[in-house]
Design a protein around this ligand. Structure first.
Ligand code: UGA
Length: 385
């Protein structure tokens, strides 16, 4: 099968390319703005890559879609600070450009796997009417099911939600193309994947990367880990290897079980507040990564408007219901929160540009093997509890 990965150069795309090239017979074609994270993939047989901007290379991308059996679209702006800074660019890329890809897939009758986001669910019922609920902390308010849960977004003036809205509308359009034109689509909703090669904190970058990179960068530089609005909000962190395992099964689509389906991909057992994440990371850094004499980062509180600017509002909590992926794909995440954080920290220390190599004293080092990516060098069977 020929698989087209649009947005192959990103964190998820680069891992997915390596996985497909190493463990399947698929031919992989990739397209992205950058190949910085593709050094391994570029050396593997079966991979072709084109560097370019989707907005300037429509004909070339159309030809790639024509050549493919399945199109995996991962192209998006996906950092909350960017949604606040440049909401229209988020809409234009994440909705309009992705819509064009979907339309070409409709015309050419190609299967489309579209990356969406857990952000489509927005906030929990408890965030708006917690006082009226018997137990606002009951996790059942935050367990999101692909086909049953309603979406709760903030007001228009909080433009963070433009991302969620754009992703949601794209999902609805794909569903409608399926109904009218028979488009074969699958939607993926990732829940906070972390791991080696996650976005780094660099000054050239527009918008900030996500919290894990902020914290890791603060630890490496001995600066401040900032808790936005107290860090009380919660996320379920998913190790990239678990995520890629699920995505690879979706590409394989045994018996067509993924046709017209939406899949949450996440680790429900790995829920943690951002405050706890900061303390865990700092404790782990001190125990396993810290260089002699190195100053340990301070953990401080910051206001969200100060950190992100006007227009920010947050998802308070989100736990994926993964029963569909478990039943249809026989997929199960294996990495617990401890392993997920530790392996991701080790990966950051190894891959982030300009970071001095650290003698990591951890035992589960997925980053030392040349095969890296946690795909082949670390056997989850060995370390899973
Ligand atoms: C982001 C994207 O918006 C989603 O599309 C994507 O699916 C998701 O990441 C993901 O990784 O799957 P979010 O989890 O809000 O969503 O991204 P972060 O920027 O990592 O924020 C997580 C929490 O940490 C938020 O409560 C934020 O306010 C807080 N934060 C962030 C801090 O407390 N300190 C920081 O330095 C940065």
């Amino acid at each position: 099968m020929r698989v087209l990965l649009l947005g192959v150069g990103g964190f998820i795309g680069s891992h997915l390319a390596n996985r497909l090239l190493r463990t399947t017979e698929h031919e992989v074609e990739g397209f992205d703005l950058t190949d910085e994270k593709l050094q391994e993939a570029l050396e593997l047989p079966g991979f072709t890559f084109m560097r370019g901007d989707l907005r300037n290379e429509r004909d070339a991308v159309n030809e790639m879609i024509e050549r493919a059996d399945v199109v995996v679209d991962m192209i998006a702006h996906a950092n909350p600070s960017f949604y606040v800074l440049k909401p229209l660019e988020v809409f234009e890329l994440n909705f309009l450009e992705n819509l064009r890809i979907a339309q070409v897939c409709v015309e050419r009758k190609r299967r489309l796997i579209q990356f969406s986001s857990c952000e489509v669910y927005g906030k929990t019922v408890a965030s708006g009417c917690g006082d009226d609920l018997k137990d606002p902390t009951d996790p059942r308010h935050a367990i999101f099911n692909e086909d049953k849960t309603d979406f709760i977004l903030g007001p228009v003036g909080k433009h963070r939600w433009i991302y969620s809205c754009a992703k949601q509308l794209l999902e609805r359009v794909l569903h409608a193309y399926g109904l009218r034109d028979g488009l074969n689509w699958t939607v993926v909703r990732p829940f906070n994947f972390i791991g080696p090669k996650i976005d780094y904190l660099t000054f050239e970058q527009e918008g900030n990367p996500r919290v894990f990179s902020h914290f890791m960068s603060a630890l490496l530089e001995g600066t401040r880990m900032k808790l936005v609005d107290g860090g009380h909000h919660k996320r379920c962190y998913t190790y990239i290897e678990d995520a890629i395992d699920c995505i690879a099964r979706i590409i394989d689509n045994p018996g067509g079980v993924c046709d017209g389906q939406i899949f949450n991909i996440g680790s429900p057992a790995n829920e943690i507040s951002i405050r706890d994440l900061a303390y865990r990371m700092r404790g782990m850094y001190a125990a396993k990564f810290r260089r002699p004499g190195e100053k340990l980062a301070e953990i401080v509180d910051v206001d969200s408007t100060e950190f992100y600017g006007e227009g920010y509002e947050d998802s308070d909590r989100r736990i994926p219901d993964i029963t569909k992926a478990q039943a249809l794909l026989r997929w199960q995440p294996r990495f617990d929160i401890e392993q997920t954080i530790e392996l991701s920290m080790a990966g950051y220390a190894k891959y982030a540009p300009g970071v001095m190599p650290i003698a990591w004293t951890g035992v589960h080092d997925s980053t030392r093997s040349p095969e890296s990516d946690g795909m082949t060098s670390l056997d989850p069977e060995v370390i899973s509890p």
